[in-house]
Design a protein. Structure first.
Length: 229
């Protein structure tokens, strides 16, 4: 089985040689998923490295009370579980699919073998984990410092910069299949408050949408709301 050019889009495989890409293919399993499935659940043994080849996935942390918080949204080229495999324990959160798609799976044994034999992969993983740590700290800070509108603007602006596509006159298209409840879970607020805030932002011309597809005319203007919150 060959993954053609798809592996070239995976951040942790940047700068690998073609021979190394062929070896990665030999180690991989490809698995299709349907919208709403769990790839893995919080507390299960961390046995696989998951990499998104197609579709969208959300990482959800469940509290003992049953409350859920969306920690991150993943798209094509993102790995989900490197930190858990390196730690050698369990998955700290659950991965649930937002759309139909495909993931690539690499066993813990083969992933650690890559880290040991290919320094470029180890360096890429360190870079990606560092970037996620920084973003996590910023997100935690926003929960404490910003009001609901500021938190929602920050989330939407960050997602637009990471996954947005320049579209028509309506601006950057953000098509991650996120529900209003997903946005509430990300920003740590209620569904009703999220809906009211979105409607207010739409009234101010900062966000538009059609179903689950959002349009952001000016990402900088959205970030400006964050700074003022």
């Amino acid at each position: 089985m060959t993954y053609a050019g798809r592996l070239h889009r995976v951040a942790i495989f940047e700068c690998l040689t073609e021979a190394q890409f062929l070896k990665v293919e030999e180690m991989c399993l490809e698995e299709e998923f349907q919208k709403g499935e769990y790839l893995f659940r919080q507390g299960e043994p961390a046995d696989w490295l998951y990499i998104v080849l197609k579709g969208r996935v959300k990482l959800v942390r469940h509290a003992p009370t049953g409350a859920a918080t969306i920690i991150e949204i993943y798209s094509v080229g993102d790995e989900l579980t490197a930190a858990a495999l390196i730690e050698g324990r369990t998955y700290p959160a659950s991965a649930r699919t937002l759309t139909d798609g495909v993931v690539m799976k690499i066993s813990t044994h083969n992933f650690k073998r890559m880290l040991g034999e290919w320094p470029v992969v180890a360096g890429n993983v360190m870079r990606e984990l560092g970037a996620r740590y920084r973003e996590l700290v910023e997100n935690l800070s926003s929960l404490a410092v910003y009001n609901v509108e500021g938190r929602l603007c920050k989330v939407m602006a960050n997602l637009a910069r990471r996954y947005g596509v320049v579209g028509d006159c309506r601006g950057v298209i953000l098509d991650l299949a996120l529900t209003r409840q997903d946005l509430a879970d990300i920003t740590g607020t209620t569904l009703e408050t999220t809906i009211r805030t979105l409607n207010r932002l739409r009234g101010n011309g900062l966000i538009q949408w059609e179903g689950k597809r959002f349009f952001i005319p000016d990402v900088r203007a959205l970030e400006g709301i964050t700074a003022a919150a």
